[in-house]
Design a protein around this ligand. Structure first.
Ligand SMILES: Cc1ncc(COP(=O)(O)O)c(C=O)c1O
Length: 434
C-alpha cells in the first residue's frame, strides 16, 4: 500500500511566518529554517536537525543558547519582581548601571536603558542635540543604526531604507572601507582621505557646527568593515573642532567580541562622549543602553521615560552576562579563538580566488566574495550557494554588506577552536561548490 504521507513535512512555523507576517520579515535559505531549541552554540530545527549557530541571532546570543547561568538570573528575577518602570529604583538596574560605569571607557558614567539598539541610538542623538544645542549629525555610509525615523535616516544602506530620510540634518560621510576605498586610494598612502573628508563634509553640508559624529567602531551590517587604526582619532578631532560630541555605536562590537577590550572603540585610542549598545548585552533578552559623560547626561532636561527601560529582568540578565564575560575571561577568549578563526579564513582565501577580502576583529570575522579579484565585482550568488551548503552541513552563518556579498560570522563569545573547525569545514565545502 503506498503512503500519501509527504516525505518532508512543511514546517507549520514557516507556513505561518509566510502567511501572517509582513513579507519584509525576510528569512534566510531557499527553504527557511524554523528553530525550536538551543543549547550552547547549537540549535535544532523543527525537523530535528542540529546546527552550529555561528550568527547567534545577529551577534545577540553572546554566551550560548539557554545558558544556565543567565537563565538562572532571569528566572530568579522573574520570580521576584518582573516590571516596575523607571519610576522606581531597582537593585538590578542600579547594580548594572554601576558596573557599566566601571567598565566603560573614559568618562562615560551615566546610563539610560531601553529595549533595543534603535532606541539606544535615538537616545544618544537626542542627548547630543540637547547637550550641544545643535541639531546636525554626521554618520557613515554603510552604517546601520535601527528602524525609527531618526535611526533610519542615519542608515547608510538603501536596502534597509523603505522610506526616504524623515529626519533632517543627518549627513553621511564616506565609510573607511579600504577594500572598496571611496577615494580609490590605498592605505596608508591615502593619508586617511576618508577621515579628513569629514571636515569638508561638515563645512559644506551642515551649518558648520554639528551636534555629533556617530559611528560603529567596525561597521557591522556593512560587512564588518574595519577602519584603519588612525581613522577614529582623526575623525573625532574633526568632529570636536566643529562642536560635535562623539557617539560610538557598540551594538555589534560590544561585550568583548572584538577581543581583549570590553568595547570596540577602545581599540582605536579615542574616548567617546556617548556610547550605545544592545544585542549581545542581554544574551537574547531585549535591552538597549546609552551611556554618556555626566556633562552630557546632566544636560538632558525635563522628563524622559521608556516603559521597559531598565526592566529588572533585562538588567538582571545583562548583569549576569557582564559577570560571566569577566569571570570566564571571554574578552581574551575572543582574541585567542578569533585569531585562530582568522588564520583559518586566511587559508580559505589562499584556496578560493572568490574570497576578495577577509576582515574583522576577534570573533567578528567576515569574508567578502567577489566574481573577480581584480574587478572586485560583488558575488552575492556565491554567498547564497555557500549558505545552502553550510546549512546542509549543519552550520548557520550570517550575511551582510551593501551588495549582499559578505559572509558574516558572529560565533558565541565562549566558542572553542573545535567550533571554529566545524564552521570552517562547512564553509570550505560551500566555497568548493562556487
Ligand atoms: C550597529 C547597530 N546599531 C543599531 C542597531 C539596531 O538595533 P535594534 O535592531 O536592536 O533596534 C543594529 C541592529 O542590527 C546594529 O547592528
Amino acid at each position: 500500500m503506498s503512503s500519501t504521507k509527504p516525505t518532508t513535512t512543511v514546517s507549520e512555523a514557516v507556513r505561518k511566518h509566510k502567511e501572517f507576517l509582513f513579507p519584509a520579515v525576510a528569512t534566510y535559505y531557499q527553504e527557511p529554517v524554523a528553530l525550536v531549541k538551543g543549547e550552547g552554540s547549537y540549535v535544532w530545527d523543527d525537523q530535528g536537525k542540529k546546527y552550529l549557530d555561528c550568527f547567534g541571532g545577529v551577534l545577540t546570543v553572546s554566551l550560548g543558547h539557554a545558558n544556565p547561568k543567565i537563565n538562572e538570573a532571569i528566572i530568579a528575577q522573574t520570580k521576584t519582581l518582573q516590571h516596575t518602570s523607571g519610576l522606581y529604583a531597582t537593585k538590578p538596574q542600579g547594580d548594572l548601571a554601576e558596573k557599566l560605569a566601571e567598565i566603560s571607557p573614559g568618562k562615560l558614567k551615566k546610563s539610560f536603558f531601553t529595549s533595543s539598539g534603535t532606541e539606544a541610538n535615538d537616545t544618544a542623538q537626542m542627548a547630543a542635540k540637547l547637550a550641544t544645542g545643535r541639531h546636525e549629525v554626521v554618520v557613515l555610509r554603510h552604517s546601520y543604526s535601527g528602524r525609527s525615523a531618526t535611526a533610519l535616516s542615519a542608515v547608510g544602506h538603501a536596502t534597509w531604507k523603505p522610506l526616504p530620510s524623515q529626519v533632517a540634518g543627518i549627513v553621511h560621510a564616506p565609510a573607511p572601507y579600504c577594500y572598496r576605498c571611496p577615494f580609490k586610494l590605498e592605505y596608508p598612502s591615502c593619508d586617511l582621505a576618508c577621515a579628513r573628508d569629514v571636515k569638508e563634509l561638515i563645512e559644506t553640508t551642515t551649518m558648520g557646527e554639528i551636534a555629533a559624529f556617530m559611528a560603529e567602531p567596525i561597521l557591522g551590517v556593512g560587512g564588518f568593515i574595519v577602519p584603519p587604526k588612525e581613522y577614529f582619532s582623526i575623525v573625532y578631532d574633526i568632529a570636536r573642532s566643529k562642536g560635535g560630541l562623539c557617539i560610538a555605536d557598540e551594538v555589534q562590537t560590544g561585550w568583548g567580541r572584538t577581543g581583549d577590550k570590553w568595547f570596540g572603540i577602545e581599540h582605536w585610542n579615542v574616548e567617546p562622549d556617548i556610547m550605545t549598545s544592545a544585542k549581545g548585552m542581554g544574551n537574547g533578552v531585549p535591552i538597549g543602553w546609552t551611556i554618556a559623560t555626566p556633562e552630557v547626561a546632566d544636560k538632558f532636561p525635563g522628563l524622559t521615560f521608556a516603559t521597559f527601560g531598565g526592566n529588572p529582568v533585562s538588567t538582571a540578565a545583562a548583569l549576569a552576562v557582564v559577570k560571566m564575560i569577566e569571570d570566564e575571561d571571554l574578552r581574551k577568549n575572543c582574541r585567542v579563538v578569533g585569531d585562530y578563526l582568522r588564520e583559518k579564513l586566511e587559508a580559505l582565501k589562499e584556496k578560493y580566488p572568490l574570497i576578495g577580502d577577509v576582515r574583522g576583529m576577534g570573533l567578528m570575522q567576515a569574508l567578502e566574495l567577489v566574481a573577480d579579484r581584480k574587478t572586485k565585482e560583488p558575488n552575492p550568488q556565491a554567498v547564497l550557494k555557500v549558505f545552502e551548503e553550510t546549512k546542509k552541513q549543519g552550520v548557520l552563518i550570517g550575511k551582510g554588506g551593501l551588495y549582499g556579498n559578505v559572509i558574516r560570522t558572529g560565533m558565541m563569545l565562549n566558542s572553542t577552536k573545535d567550533h571554529v573547525d566545524e564552521m570552517v569545514a562547512a564553509l570550505d565545502k560551500g566555497l568548493a561548490l562556487c
